[in-house]
Design a protein around this ligand. Structure first.
Ligand code: SAM
Length: 284
């Protein structure tokens, strides 16, 4: 990494490079190395431990798909649990749903929340001040292991399975999440880019298979998560949620009157169609 460029270190053999116009913040927190800088093409960019987490330009792809696919499939989610997601972009999208009465967000690193409020205000757009929102600074795995509450939707907006995020990719963790899901609930999580990280989707599918009556993955191609299609995991004890018709999704979307830039009911339906090599990796 030179003074005026950031080269992502997620992969040994390949890395994307961002020119840096200005560094807003760079610090080793208690948990990870956090950097927020400006790039002419992507706007403000946040990296953790040398890995791009989110950019102003393309964050909506990921946050809309992680929020609206489970929430419109459920149709009446009142209680939502977000694990990770310290930048607030996912929270912003979740709170657009009027049915949602309560969101607990469990983020391990208070500095990410504080610095995102300061340097990435367009991500949360005031969502951290919503009275429905409750922030817990803790390890998401420890939180669900001790949690007695139940949630209609659980969203795991984690880093990659390296460092503090590793515990969020274990069967034990998913089992605790299952216990915290209300009847008719669904959990979604980020599972990397299969072209680059096929093992992630493979391992998650093995864990989901042993725990959930219905599980699958759905795709979104986020430009800065290099390698093409990224997979988001889907796990529920209620198979009907994944089978919602386009008519039902369209009615819910229109009734909600939520403005989106990526999500549409048609994108929702199509996102569950996976390339053959991904189906093979997850044993379908
Ligand atoms: N929202 C994002 C996007 O657009 O892809 C990026 C991911 S978000 C910044 C990932 C968050 O997960 C980070 O803020 C990190 O601190 C948090 N995290 C990592 N491990 C965690 C753990 N074990 N428990 C709770 N949060 C964790």
């Amino acid at each position: 990494m030179t003074r005026n460029a950031f080269t992502e270190t997620l992969y040994d053999a390949y890395g994307q490079r961002f020119a840096i116009d200005e560094v807003y913040f760079e610090h080793r927190t208690d948990h990870q190395h956090l950097m927020i800088f400006h790039n002419a093409k992507f706007g403000r960019v946040m990296a953790l431990d040398g890995v791009i987490q989110t950019t102003e330009r393309d964050e909506f792809y990921y946050h809309e798909m992680m929020a609206h696919v489970p929430l419109f499939a459920h149709g009446d989610a009142k209680r939502v649990l977000i694990i990770g997601g310290g930048d607030g972009g996912l929270l912003r999208e979740v709170l657009k749903h009027r049915s949602v009465e309560h969101v607990t967000q469990v983020e391990i690193d208070a500095s990410v929340v504080e610095m995102a409020k300061t340097w990435l205000p367009g991500h949360s757009k005031g969502a951290f001040d919503d009275p429905r929102f409750h922030l817990v600074i803790d390890d998401g795995a420890a939180f669900v292991a001790n949690c007695q509450a139940q949630f209609d939707v659980i969203m795991i907006d984690s880093t990659d399975p390296i460092g503090p995020g590793e515990v969020l990719f274990t069967e034990q963790f998913y089992g605790h999440c299952d216990r915290c899901l209300a009847d008719g609930g669904v959990m979604v999580n980020q599972n990397g880019v299969p072209f680059m990280q096929l093992d992630e989707v493979r391992k998650t599918s093995q864990a989901f298979r042993s725990l959930f009556a219905d599980w699958h993955f759905y795709g979104v191609a986020v430009p800065t998560y290099i390698g093409g299609l990224m997979t988001l995991g889907w796990a529920s004890q209620t198979p009907a949620l994944r089978q919602q018709s386009i008519e039902v999704l369209t009615r819910r979307f229109e009734d909600a009157a939520i403005e989106t830039r990526y999500y549409t009911p048609a994108v929702h339906g199509g996102a569950f169609a996976l390339p053959r090599f991904v189906e093979e990796a997850i044993g379908l």
